[in-house]
Design a binder for this molecule. Structure first.
Ligand code: GLN
Length: 184
């Protein structure tokens, strides 16, 4: 399988390593044309304000929306979740609105409050990091909750869009990636 990672900013290399370590082909997505050569797209963590500006400049916003309508599966981690949300609290962000959730930026505080833990996922546990992570403040009816931590959803999906408030790619944990790849 060829999995693309939006390659403009953020934890691109870490996702690339996870993709390759599971025997798949990693493609860095830098232009709308790159979206035609992949079986799934990961929008990585990074800085959502910067990412929203860069996808506009590169004309990737419209292209991602079009590919999503055509059924391309997309997974957003952390800032990627913020980009996929319908509504964002905390800052001037114009999200893509592909997932009916409200995201609150920096939900656990500053960089100093970042932490690693395990979260329940599909009957097991995954080691993940919450790095200046957002909180999912509300979910619409079209959204399925895949994991909760401390009473809040931290992984959600629809038929072809998935979002996690955490990063599994920095811990080498592959369960969430495999769910995206094989089940979504
Ligand atoms: N706090 C960042 C933001 O709001 C997201 C951090 C991350 O992706 N690790 O963009």
């Amino acid at each position: 399988m060829t999995i693309g990672v939006l390659g403009l900013q953020g934890s691109v290399a870490e996702h690339g390593r996870a993709i390759e370590s599971d025997g798949d082909i990693f493609r860095r997505v830098l232009s709308p044309e790159d979206l035609d050569k992949i079986d799934g797209l990961i929008i990585p963590g990074g800085e959502s304000t910067t990412l929203t500006k860069l996808i506009k400049i590169k004309m990737l916003d419209e292209a991602i929306l079009r590919k999503a309508r055509e059924g391309l599966k997309i997974w957003g981690t952390c800032a990627g979740l913020i980009l996929l949300s319908k509504e964002v609290k905390g800052g001037e962000i114009e999200p893509l609105g592909l997932l009916d959730i409200t995201a609150g930026r920096n939900g656990y505080g500053t960089q100093m409050q970042s932490f690693s833990t395990t979260v329940p996922f599909r009957g097991g546990f995954e080691a993940v990091s919450f790095i200046r992570a957002p909180k999912i403040l509300s979910c619409g009816e079209s959204v399925t909750i895949l994991s909760e931590y401390a009473g809040l959803p931290v992984a959600v999906c629809t038929e072809s869009i998935m979002a996690t408030t955490f990063h599994p790619e920095v811990t080498g944990s592959l369960g969430v990636y495999r769910y995206f790849k094989n089940t979504l």
